[in-house]
Design a binder for this molecule. Structure first.
Ligand SMILES: Cc1cc2nc3c(=O)[nH]c(=O)nc-3n(C[C@H](O)[C@H](O)[C@H](O)COP(=O)(O)O)c2cc1C
Length: 298
């Protein structure tokens, strides 16, 4: 099921979502060896940042709520990770964020020297006061960030969007106009909140968090459907995919690649191989190909 995406040939459509398994080469390599075609790193920021206090991740059964809060060693404190990743033999997407347009550009400039195959610009995290989502809910700021990053790197750029934008298609178009080579949608939905009724207290230490997993799939499908109509660049459809059938639905909405995050927890690290096998089985049964069903819902 090999597929061309930007400048890279991928073995199938599955992508490890950012933030799920960190930045350690051995772990990312294991994900690739378990069937994942494109591995996304945890979002990297400008300065060291601890993230929020525990509890930060709660399994709700029908999905996850998290307020990890973008912990990062900061791009300059990742020498070992970058050194190890130099010798990788798998496609890598490096995710970045900043607290200002200048910070995004600074992180992108450094990260592009580490030669990832692509850079994902995270303008969509809901769990930090001033990073991420602030830039992704307005077309103007989304355009500013992507333009600034585009000026400092030749590495293909993916803009990662938030479903909290009033009109996500408009944000996607602004990113395309600013030079984005692809869109990734969606980041977590929310923020949401869970209260423990025995203590009467919010369960997350940060109180609010982003939702992911099966419960957000219909939101992700709708976002990809809207974006597909608005842009010409390819889309990584992400949000609630845990089976091959989910991935097929995402491709019918208009996605080229299919991201997987929370399902790594429910189905294990070999979820990528399983999803690809289930997709192939579905396509064979329906005498179809990925290309023939992309955007079928339109
Ligand atoms: C624990 C956790 C940490 C995450 N960290 C990041 C991150 O650092 N950067 C980012 O762009 N998205 C992050 N995300 C969002 C995921 O990449 C993905 O967009 C979201 O979980 C929806 O996909 P899913 O339903 O398959 O999990 C995180 C999600 C979770 C559950």
């Amino acid at each position: 099921m090999s597929i061309q995406f930007l400048d890279t040939t991928l073995k199938n459509t599955t992508v490890l979502a950012s933030g799920i398994l960190g930045n350690n080469k051995d772990i990312l390599e294991r994900v690739y060896n378990n069937g994942c075609a494109l591995v996304t790193m945890k979002s990297i920021g400008p300065e060291p940042r601890d993230g929020h206090n525990n509890p930060t991740v709660i399994d709700l059964g029908h999905g996850i709520i998290n307020a990890v809060g973008l912990p990062t060693p900061g791009y300059t404190n990742m020498e070992k990770e970058w050194k190890d990743l130099e010798t990788r033999d798998f496609p890598l997407s490096a995710s970045i964020y900043g607290g200002s347009v200048e910070e995004y550009a600074r992180v992108a400039e450094f990260v592009s020297k580490q030669k990832p195959d692509m850079i994902e610009v995270n303008i969509s995290c809901p769990n930090s006061e001033k990073h991420g989502m602030t830039f992704g809910v307005h077309a103007k700021s989304a355009h500013e960030v992507v333009s600034a990053v585009k000026k400092v790197t030749n590495v293909p750029l993916i803009a990662k969007l938030t479903p909290q934008a009033l009109n996500i298609a408009e944000i996607a178009k602004a990113c395309e106009d600013a030079g984005a080579d692809a869109i990734c949608a969606i980041n977590t939905v929310g923020p949401g909140m869970v209260i423990d009724i025995e203590s009467g207290m919010p369960v997350l230490d940060f109180k609010k968090g982003g939702l992911s997993g099966p419960m957000i799939k219909p939101v992700a499908i709708r976002c990809v459907y809207d974006i597909y109509k608005a842009v010409k660049i390819p889309i990584i459809g992400l949000g609630g995919i845990s089976t091959g059938e989910d991935a097929i639905e995402m491709i019918m909405a208009g996605a080229t690649l299919t991201g997987i995050g929370s399902a790594v927890k429910t189905r294990g690290i070999n979820v990528f191989g399983l999803v690809t096998k289930e997709m192939t089985r579905w396509l064979d049964r329906h005498n179809s190909t990925i290309d023939s069903i992309r955007g079928a819902a339109h």
